[in-house]
Design a protein around this ligand. Sequence first.
Ligand SMILES: [Mg+2]
Length: 94
Amino acid sequence: MEQLLREIEKEPKSLEQMALKLSEEAGETSQAVLSYLKASGSEYKQLGINDVKEECVDVILVSLAMFYKLAESEEELEGFISQKLNKWESKLIK
Ligand SMILES: [Mg+2]
């Protein structure tokens, strides 16, 4: 995580550009899933489960980079994750 933070400090993209990049990576994830599942019109790309996993990681990294552009504390991230996980868990229990 510390290496990621050092890299983010060098990131020249604006917040808006990072948000667009996140959408791009989400789109690439969808593209990989469609190809992996051999959806009509997408199978020719020949993407597999590892491509899906890689795109998931791209989404995570861009999201983290955006988060740390706004907040530099790891504790803040942990607080939000804990809060969101609790909310998610309470919905799953219902
Ligand atoms: Mg990607």
